[in-house]
Design a protein. Structure first.
Length: 708
């Protein structure tokens, strides 16, 4: 099978640049070329400034080589996979393929990122060309649709699919060679129907988006926000492409789209987020930024309002969109795929629906949901395991699963996977089970959107408000004891975080022997943001990590770096960034595909299990009161400069005391338990502070930090 070691992307638009960035995120060299002189280099510059971020780290940017066409076309000669992402024009794409044939390697693969044009029009007889349809933004949307013909090289298809799966983190779906393939064919109908009905019924776009988001379990952007994200101009182009290619009796042709309004928006530069706003836009006034929304009836902007989309008019609108969309899914099933489970997978991963159309239909009819496609080798699914087996242990907040080969998996099941006493209890029970009954390793993982957002803040706040200080101290001590026991266990523990791993969710990972993280990991000790310090060993384990990092540079560098990360409540923007911050060690693993995290974590646990012995932590030599004084001075200077508040200094001062080892003597190693004790005492003391409690209350009520 062809091996892909170097990639080229031709076309430095939003999609092409995003694809190149994701290849670089996978630590693979990539060439990005554009027909506009300096266009590729400028596109990289824009990608570094825009949000959501296309690159996971600045290191990834260095793997991108930019160039101009036709001068730099020779750069593709050494590339194994060449991705064409130029404008949706058949003649332009075919001309490019002819030019590529003069310079590319004999066994290289060419694919088009077209979103609507069938392969039979692009390359009716070339065995080296296929379609790989990415979704925008390529870093965050996991779907990749692959279209191949009977004459397409099977090894080329296999190489692309394997690379996209393992290296790019994609869910690869095979589509028939039909206009729009699977996701855009059904998604286009869904969007056009939602837009047309909202305009026809005079529904506010905020209400329409809220109703659609609720009905389909899709992102809060709904359909109008989604059009702003992908570009209204692109949506118009897709609509016109469908008009050219669909059968005369296709139901999509009968949708009464407000084409005139869309053309008016595009003509005025209102193409969405990449232009001067779209259906939504941000305007600045004396009070700052103000969000505005488009009135579909008048074509003018007005102040945006919040809507839950649950009034009778919105609810009826959502029901009608759902009914029409599901009917269309049944209408096009055989044309686009023939497999209901594949269509479901495409809509769930490409458009973020909670459930695909055929699962929704099955629920409505009381029928079994479509059987999921077979799992690829190396993938372990707790969702599938849950259908066929019972957990080894379970309580109200967690489950313990046998995932084979003597490995257990601890899964959190609370809302947002917040950690509570029941999770701590099952973690302790695991210590007894592992090492007996044939179990020899533990993985801590789940398949939720967030690994864990930390301790149950509402419970902590309630205990503080009623003055249950002894109960709070015991709860902190129990968490510390459980996590420390996992760290000292006679079997290896591997944490497998994905999404958010905050506060206590970060701390349990820090106590593991190894971390196998999903590439999209947003990890941090965020307690300072709510007026407290980490209490379940986060301070201890960050000191251990920073001591390992800084070696023999003296006692202050590890303390100062741990202080900066924790005091500023820094959260990683990716797993690679988490490694830069010190949450991940150089030996910890990063998995690009979310579906492969648990399997990779199990593999790592089994590697550690043979001849396992707990690693001894490095001796901590901490600077004591002198170090704490230096750290307090740095925060006092920030307060004096207006960069921090007085209560920030109180919290940071408590943190400085913990990290410096209290009354430690730099000549004598500090026991880890002494730092655990300092951490616990500092946390409980801060919970006596009214301003800390106010910060916690505000976070629970608004989800935002309070600056008091």
């Amino acid at each position: 099978m062809t091996t892909i070691n170097r990639v080229a992307v031709i076309g430095a638009g939003v999609m092409g640049t995003g694809i190149a960035a994701q290849v670089a995120n996978a630590s693979v060299p990539v060439v990005l070329l554009d027909v506009v002189r300096g266009g590729a280099e400028a596109a990289i510059g824009r990608a570094l400034r825009e949000e959501p971020e296309a690159f996971m780290t600045r290191e990834a940017v260095r793997l991108v080589t930019t160039g101009d066409l036709p001068d730099a076309l020779a750069l593709v000669a050494g590339c194994d996979w060449i991705i064409e992402a130029v404008r949706e024009d058949v003649d332009a794409k075919r001309t490019l393929y002819d030019d590529l044939a003069q310079v590319r390697g004999d066994r290289s693969i060419v694919s088009s990122n077209t979103s609507t044009i069938p392969l039979c029009e692009l390359a009716p007889d070339d065995p080296d060309i296929l379609i790989t349809h990415f979704f925008n933004p390529p870093r965050y949307l996991r779907l990749l649709e692959v279209v191949a013909a009977a004459h397409t090289r099977s090894d080329a298809v296999a190489a692309v699919e394997a690379f996209a799966d393992v290296m790019l983190g994609k869910v690869v779906v095979r589509s028939n060679d039909t206009p729009g393939f699977i996701a855009n064919r059904l998604g286009g109908y869904w969007i056009d129907t939602a837009v047309a009905l909202a305009a026809e019924r005079g529904l506010a776009i905020e209400a329409a988006d809220a109703a659609i988001s609720h009905a389909f379990g899709s992102p809060r952007s709904g359909v109008f926000g989604l059009l702003d994200l992908v570009g209204i101009d692109l949506s118009l182009h897709v609509t016109r492409s469908f008009d050219e290619r669909l059968a005369p009796d296709d139901p999509m042709r009968s949708i009464a789209r407000p084409i005139g309004l869309l053309e008016q928006l595009v003509a005025g530069g209102h193409t969405g987020r990449k232009g001067d706003g779209g259906f939504y836009r941000l305007e600045r006034d004396a009070s700052g930024k103000r969000k505005e929304a488009l009135d579909l009836a008048t074509g003018t902007y007005r102040p945006s309002t919040r809507s839950r989309g649950d009034d009778p008019t919105s609810a009826e609108y959502a029901r009608d969109v759902v009914a029409a969309t599901l009917a269309y899914a049944e209408h096009v099933l055989d044309e686009v795929s023939g497999d209901p489970a594949v269509v479901d997978q495409a809509m769930e991963t490409g458009y973020g629906w909670r459930a695909g159309p055929f699962t929704m239909l099955a629920d409505r009819r009381g029928a079994p949901a479509p059987r999921r496609p077979p799992r690829r080798p190396g993938i372990i699914s707790l969702r599938a395991l849950r259908q066929d087996a019972e957990p080894v242990r379970r309580n109200r907040s967690a489950c313990l699963w046998d995932i084979g080969d003597g490995v257990l998996c601890l899964e959190f099941t609370t809302k947002m996977n917040a950690l509570d006493g029941a999770i701590i209890s099952l973690a302790l029970e695991t210590l007894v089970l592992c090492g007996s009954d044939g179990f020899r390793a533990l993985v801590i993982a789940n398949e939720a959107e967030s690994f864990s957002v930390g301790a149950n803040l509402a419970g902590v706040l309630l205990s503080a408000n009623v003055g249950a200080w002894n109960q709070l101290a015991l709860g902190v001590q129990a968490g510390q004891g459980a996590f420390a026991a996992l760290r000292a266990a006679a079997f290896p523990v591997v944490a497998a975080p994905a999404g958010m791993a905050l506060g206590g969710g970060c701390e349990i990972c820090l106590h593991a022997d190894a971390i196998q993280a999903h590439a999209e990991l947003y990890m941090g000790l965020v307690e300072a943001g709510v007026g407290i310090v980490p209490g379940w060993g986060g301070c201890v384990q960050m000191l251990v990590r920073m001591t390992e990092r800084h070696g023999h540079q003296g006692p202050m560098p590890p303390v100062a770096e741990a202080f900066r990360v924790i005091a500023l409540a820094q959260v990683s923007r990716s797993a690679a960034h988490a490694r830069e911050l010190g949450f991940l060690r150089p030996t910890d693993g990063i998995t690009m595909n979310r579906e492969r995290v648990l399997g990779d974590a199990k593999r790592r646990a089994l590697e550690l299990a043979d001849g396992y012995r707990p690693a001894a932590p490095p001796p901590l030599r901490l600077p004591g009161q002198a170090g704490a004084a230096a750290l307090r001075l740095s925060i006092a200077q920030r307060v004096a400069a207006g960069e921090a508040l007085e209560h920030d200094a109180v919290v940071a001062g408590a943190l400085a005391h913990v990290l410096s080892g209290g009354d430690a003597d730099v000549t004598t190693p500090v026991e880890l338990q002494a730092v655990y004790d300092l951490e616990r005492d500092a946390l409980v003391a801060l919970l006596h502070q009214d301003k800390s409690l106010a910060r916690m209350e505000h976070m629970l009520a608004t989800g935002k930090a309070l600056r008091n």
